[in-house]
Design a protein around this ligand. Structure first.
Ligand code: SAM
Ligand code: SF4
Ligand code: SF4
Length: 341
């Protein structure tokens, strides 16, 4: 390959997050708090063959990390088949999955055999009553089983915790201890005002510095680890050697290093979590476009990219809900659960 593909701010294309379904079996209040959603029509979802083809083209353009997400990716039937296909078309890519963990334990072996290497499981609370309140489903035991199963299956394992003031900010220490015992690397995520977070308010965000202060009060001095490149988490070491991450998207955005493209389950390409619109790849795919034509289309999108969504949001005065619920109803692709986290 020639010169790496870079965007208007000189950022390379390195990561592709693929949302394989917009459906979810949980209703986390920070992501899907509404009673009703407009789903993408099933016939418009990309097939595994189409996803494999696009993954191959994206890796040709420089993507070295592929992450499957959703909605809840394990709701997509035969996901292991897709993993095996991706392993074949992109043999050297780092392949990862983000899941809420509810259905993981039963699929661990098949996913591992298919070539999945890394798994991130969302875990916001260790208390069953809070889990039920947050997600509207009584599934914490299933998630905890899956964490143990993922460990046994030998996955490289991370846990994601969205921190919300007044909900789980009194569990930071418990979650660190839990993750260390698994063992898995825990990452605290600042509550973001992405599309779908219609209950967001600034006072519910617990900042990176507040998280660090609380951990320091319990664990002592915290050592920052070397810079992360394009990865969203900053990593820190506690005095006992435990490593944790913080994704400070809200108070300390990292747009200048962002190498991530996102593909919705119906084949719309987004270049930012906060972008108002994306570019259709399904139409050309199904209309008989050649590899060269698809590569041209994707390259043009990336070259023109100047997104700095979280940075721009952080300068907003009187920051409130980013996208009103009426706009989300009109265009489900504005939702976090449609474009993947
Ligand atoms: N359903 C899977 C899960 O929950 O892991 C994958 C999709 S979910 C959209 C991906 C990630 O986005 C999860 O770790 C979730 O916690 C995070 N997320 C969703 N809404 C968020 C918000 N408002 N602020 C910060 N993170 C959020
Ligand atoms: Fe929760 Fe993930 Fe489902 Fe959103 S997509 S409601 S974060 S489980
Ligand atoms: Fe990347 Fe957009 Fe997130 Fe910034 S807000 S880090 S540009 S996806």
């Amino acid at each position: 390959m020639g010169r790496p593909l870079t965007d208007a701010l000189d950022r390379p294309l390195g990561t592709l997050r693929v949302s394989v379904t917009d459906r979810c079996n949980l209703r986390c209040s920070y992501c899907m708090p509404e009673e009703h959603y407009n789903w993408l029509p099933r016939g418009e979802l990309l097939t595994f063959e189409e996803l494999g083809r696009l993954a191959r083209l994206f890796t040709d353009l420089g993507v070295s990390r592929l992450r499957l997400t959703g909605g809840e990716p394990l709701l997509r039937r035969n996901l292991a088949e897709l993993i095996a296909r991706l392993r074949t078309v992109a043999p050297s890519a780092d392949l990862a999955l983000t899941t809420n963990g509810v259905m993981l334990s039963e699929q661990c072996a098949a996913l591992r055999d298919a070539g999945l290497q890394r798994v991130t499981i969302s875990l916001d609370t260790l208390r069953p009553d809070r889990f039920l309140e947050l997600t509207r489903r009584p599934d914490l035991p299933a998630v905890l089983d899956s964490i143990a199963a993922a460990r046994r299956a030998g996955f490289s394992l991370k846990l994601n915790t969205v921190v919300m003031r007044g909900f789980n900010d009194d569990e930071l220490i418990d979650l660190v201890d839990f993750a260390a015992a698994v063992p898995a690397e825990l990452r605290f995520i600042e509550y973001m005002d992405v599309g779908g977070a219609t209950r967001w308010s600034a006072d519910r965000v617990v900042s990176r510095s507040e998280i660090l202060a609380r951990l320091a009060a319990r664990f002592g001095p915290i050592e920052p680890l070397p810079a992360r490149g394009a990865a969203p988490a900053e990593r820190f070491r506690l005095t006992d050697g435990t490593v944790i991450g913080i994704i400070a998207s809200t108070t300390t955005p990292f747009c200048r290093d962002c190498d991530r493209a996102r593909l919705t389950a119906d084949g719309t390409l987004f270049t930012c979590l906060y972008a108002g619109s994306g570019v259709d790849l399904r139409g050309p795919l199904r209309g008989g476009a050649s590899d060269a034509e698809l590569i041209d289309r994707i390259s043009a999108v990336w070259r023109n990219r100047s997104d700095r969504g979280a940075e721009l949001r952080s300068t907003a005065r009187d920051r409130g809900v980013f996208i009103p619920v009426e706009a989300l109803r009109r265009d489900p692709r504005l939702e976090m659960h449609t474009r993947g986290g």
